[in-house]
Design a protein around this ligand. Structure first.
Ligand code: SF4
Ligand code: SF4
Length: 69
């Protein structure tokens, strides 16, 4: 299952909570980065970051599986 992690930039304060709560280490953010970024292929859709972000700045959606015809 693949997940599309998206930041709502205008809501994000750059607090770093989402990176800290992600057990998959699927979010990167360094002192030089103003905003968090997803690391491709690591998110497992647990929604911890969505729940813990104080500013509702994260959207995580499942990417629909491709159907072969
Ligand atoms: S927890 Fe929310 S506000 Fe804080 S850095 Fe992550 S997305 Fe931005
Ligand atoms: S949904 Fe879970 S695994 Fe994905 S980035 Fe958020 S905390 Fe990490």
């Amino acid at each position: 299952m693949e997940w599309n992690w998206q930041l709502i930039v205008e809501n994000c304060t750059g607090c770093g909570i989402c990176r800290d709560v992600c057990e998959q280490r699927a979010i990167k953010m360094s002192r030089k980065m103003a905003y968090p970024e997803p690391i491709e292929g690591k998110c497992n859709g647990c929604f911890d970051c969505v729940r813990e972000c104080p500013f509702e700045a994260i959207s995580v959606l499942q990417i629909a599986a491709k159907v072969e015809v």
